[in-house]
Ligand binder design. Structure first.
Ligand SMILES: *Cc1c(COP(=O)(O)O)cnc(C)c1O
Length: 457
């Protein structure tokens, strides 16, 4: 059962099929443009969407809003230093701000960053410095159906080769994303992290964690990795942070707050450069774009997130939804992680070609039938077409991400999600594809406009 009871509630928005059809048409079939009050179950993102605890709210009331050196900062600093072990910690308003500040201070044009998989804003912030971002996911990640426990791992052989051939493009950093959000929310093993850290040490390249879901990664390590069954998630997380030279963190995920992030570093000189940029663009080094209230709530969230009862239930409810979806005959990326389930839309809708976006078709259908908002992770997100709509590049898989906000929805909400998917799976051939009517050159999925492709078109 959920290890909490509910003290504050927020009504769900219920809409009719006609209202949803009109809403979807109005936003040109792009769910990012829907108003939240048009959505019943919102699985668009697990970022900043969690429910805060009574203790977090109480901590927020203690927020000290002094411009510099607030009590909140020192309380927060103690929590983050004990968790991560880094001597230099800087607050930032969210993950991408931390990325921008660290990467602008660390990376030089013409160098490269190697990763198990860069998250989209992470890649954008690497590329904005003139640096190239390379993804080196492990081979096991390519098989969506296998139950290999650590599909988030980096390919160690490819990493070693890239580090050894670094005379062409010097490697400025190795970035390990835990869990691997771009790669299906799959965890990275401690063995893989240790070996990566060793390779980085040997080649004198810093290893940085993108730690947005450090607690979920730690939980999966205790469940799946030999030798870690008797460790607590907190101990695993502490070990992971200490293996790296620093981290960027979006606390909107495993900080269980609505806004917040930080940079942690071992290197004093690098931290000083980051601090300068932080003051110029985010805020003084003791608040970094956050209020004292935000810092206190984040500190409390960072303690709650590694509680075994919290993580066990998070895994349990994700497993529950995964089981209901499999029963409906719909495939997801296996094994199920914690923060999201990735539905294999390409396999459910094989009659829709990649350039008519099976993922988008499923996203739209989930909304039309169930008022559920989800995100496409397929050829709309990763693909490209020429000006006539002919495919230039398609995604390797057509996926739909059902992100699971922390402590927000209960089993009966997820029953509704599974029932809606089951309903679609009864006659998937009735679902049609979409074509692009207008788009922007970068991060097109946020603002794209589409129209349905009717049969015979
Ligand atoms: C969300 C996320 C980020 C960016 O964080 P924001 O707080 O959204 O700016 C970076 N990396 C990963 C892995 C993420 O999931």
């Amino acid at each position: 059962m959920e290890p909490y009871r509910i003290k504050v509630v927020e009504p769900l928005a219920f809409t009719t099929r006609e209202e949803r059809e009109a809403a979807l048409k109005r936003v040109a079939y792009n769910p990012f443009e829907l108003r939240a009050d048009e959505v019943t179950i919102d699985l668009l993102s697990d970022s900043g969407t969690g429910a805060i605890s009574a203790d977090q709210l109480a901590a927020g009331m203690q927020g000290d809003e002094s411009y510099a050196g607030s009590r909140s900062f020192y309380r927060w600093h103690e929590v983050v230093s004990e968790l991560t072990g880094y001597p230099h910690i800087l607050p930032a308003h969210q993950g991408r701000a931390a990325e921008r500040i660290l990467f602008s201070s660390l990376l030089r044009p013409g160098t490269s960053v190697l990763s198990n998989t860069h998250f989209d804003t992470t890649r954008a912030n690497v590329e904005l410095t003139g640096c190239t971002a390379y993804d080196l996911p492990c081979a096991e990640a390519k098989d969506l159906d296998s139950d290999f426990p650590f599909k988030g791992n980096i390919d160690l052989i490819a990493l070693e080769q890239a580090l050894e051939n670094a005379d062409q493009t010097p490697v400025a950093a190795v970035l390990m994303t835990i869990t691997n959000n771009g790669g299906g929310g799959q965890p990275v093993s401690m063995d893989n992290l240790h070996r990566t850290a060793e390779l980085c040490r040997r080649h004198n390249v810093p290893m940085i964690l993108d730690a947005a879901r450090f607690a979920e990664n730690a939980w999966l390590v205790t469940q799946r990795e030999p030798g870690y069954a008797h460790r607590t998630p907190r101990q695993v997380a502490e070990e992971a942070f200490r293996l790296a030279d620093g981290c960027v963190m979006s606390a909107k995920k495993d900080g269980i707050v609505h806004i917040g992030g930080f940079i942690g570093l071992k290197d004093a000189e690098l931290a000083e450069r980051c601090g300068g940029l932080l003051i110029a663009t985010e805020g003084f080094t003791t608040y970094g774009g956050l209020s004292g209230r935000d810092l206190d709530m984040m500190a409390r969230g960072l303690l709650e997130v590694t509680e075994p009862a919290y993580l066990a239930e998070r895994a349990d409810i994700a497993g529950y939804l995964a089981a209901r979806i499999r029963e409906a005959g719909v495939d997801i990326v296996e094994p199920a992680g914690l923060h999201a389930l990735y539905v294999n839309a390409g396999r459910l809708l094989p009659h829709i070609p990649p350039h008519q976006y099976p993922g988008t078709a499923l996203v739209c259908e989930l909304y039309l039938r169930g008022g559920i908002r989800s995100a496409e992770l397929g050829s709309l997100y990763l693909g490209e077409e020429d000006e006539h709509g002919n495919p230039v590049k398609t995604a390797p898989y057509e996926l739909v991400r059902l992100a699971l906000p922390r402590r927000v929805y209960t089993r009966s909400h997820y029953d509704h999600v599974a029932a809606t998917l089951a309903d679609i799976a009864k006659n998937p051939e009735s679902v049609h594809g979409y074509r692009v009517t207008s788009q922007s050159p970068i991060l097109r999925h946020f603002s794209i406009k589409l129209e349905p492709v009717k049969s015979g078109d």
